[in-house]
Design a protein around this ligand. Structure first.
Ligand SMILES: [Zn+2]
Length: 381
């Protein structure tokens, strides 16, 4: 295994890229908070419902539907410059995105349409529950969220991912045979190994485990398959296999369901003590409370992100350890990590606060250290 060195020039670029990404992310989050906060504080949330109710004659489902259209469209337009900067301009300037503006716009529109469809269904269901089950709405909504998340995880690799990327079964028979043998040795059944055609959009390399039940599959980007040695691909595959063996997707869904239940419970308290009593609102099922509901749910999501990131870093560490134990290839593992840092512009050793607030993977430095420990001691725990 040829030694791969960390590229100091790429690290300098990586630090600048990470700083700008954090800046844009913070701006996007602030813009969303301000948008919702101002709608509530200025009374525009109520004025909007009054205007819509004139058109819908106050019919609840139609009012909620038009309200979410207005709320979504308003934010999609206002946040477009930031979305463009974060999603296209920045990664393009740093040589990570290879998309034309037109291609990015098509993807962005598709993502917005998908997000809108989900938000629309969620709002209709939640406000129907608020109307008919005033006390238990948040508990029923939590159960429905869990069901929805499970369905979405099943559909993800067969329905959602193909909306954005081409996905084909891995054709390299030697490689796929050795990967499937690795899975069998681990006692894991994986539905298939797929090549994700990332190179049409990005220069970055990636791999993932996706799906649930019969749609569960390991997906490896062509940017990884074509530029890394079979040993390196095997190590990455073993990492994804580690997620599978540890049931990380069901665990992730369970954590999200618990956090969502807490968020919905808090939203219930806010709606009851706040919106239901403030002048202008017509009780908790008033569609004018949509910005308030979105603010509470988004606020809880933002506040609990460090916890979710921490749990994710733990799962990633365990998957790394699994990959090392399953393959025994510490050299290939370390080389892969360093090559990924060079290629994807990942900061080797980010400040601790950055890791706590933003990172769902351990730092490359930490992952390399685990590989080195495994090489020395034959264990990583
Ligand atoms: Zn992982």
């Amino acid at each position: 295994m040829a030694a791969v060195a960390l590229d100091p020039d790429r690290q300098e670029l990586a630090r600048r890229y990470a700083f700008k990404r954090r800046l844009l992310f913070t701006a996007q989050l602030t813009a969303a908070g301000l948008y919702l906060g101002l709608l509530i504080a200025t009374g525009a949330a109520i004025t909007l419902r009054r205007s819509i109710a004139v058109v819908t004659d106050g019919a609840p489902a139609a009012t909620v539907g038009l309200y979410i259209v207005a709320l979504w469209l308003g934010f999609a337009v206002l946040s477009f410059p930031l979305d463009l900067a974060a999603g296209w301009k920045l990664p393009r300037r740093y040589g990570l995105s290879v998309q034309t503006l037109r291609q990015w716009l098509v993807d962005h529109l598709k993502a917005e349409a998908l997000g809108f469809a989900i938000a629309c269904i969620a709002a209709e269901v939640v406000y129907a529950l608020l109307l008919h089950l005033t006390d238990a709405w948040w508990a029923v909504a939590s159960v429905l969220y869990l069901l929805f998340a499970v369905i979405l995880a099943h559909l993800g690799p067969v329905l959602l991912l193909p909306l954005f990327y081409r996905l084909t079964p891995l054709e390299d028979s030697d490689l796929s045979a050795s990967l499937i043998a690795l899975a069998q040795r681990a006692g894991a059944t994986v539905e298939g190994v797929y090549r994700l055609h990332l190179s049409a959009k990005t220069t970055a390399a990636n791999a993932a485990l996706a799906g649930l039940g019969r749609t569960r599959r390991i997906i490896v980007g062509d940017t990884l398959l074509d530029q890394y040695s079979p040993e390196q691909v095997e190590v990455v595959f073993a990492h994804e296999l580690g997620h599978h063996v540890r049931h990380d997707i069901p665990r992730f869904i369970a954590v999200q369901a618990i956090l969502t239940t807490i968020a919905l419970f808090l939203a219930n308290l806010v709606l009851r003590t706040g919106a239901a009593r403030l002048p202008g609102y017509q009780g908790i099922a008033d569609p004018a409370t949509l910005p308030l509901l979105a603010l509470v749910l988004g606020g809880v999501g933002t506040a609990t992100a460090p916890l979710a990131h921490w749990l994710s870093r733990r799962a990633e560490r365990a998957a790394d350890c699994y990959a090392l134990e399953a393959t025994g290839k510490a050299g290939a593992f370390i080389a892969t990590m360093i090559q990924l840092a060079n290629q994807n512009l990942t900061v080797y050793r980010p400040p601790r606060w950055v890791e706590i607030l933003f990172d769902d993977h351990p730092s490359i430095a930490e992952r390399v250290a685990m590989g080195e420990q495994f090489a020395r001691l034959g264990r990583c725990r």
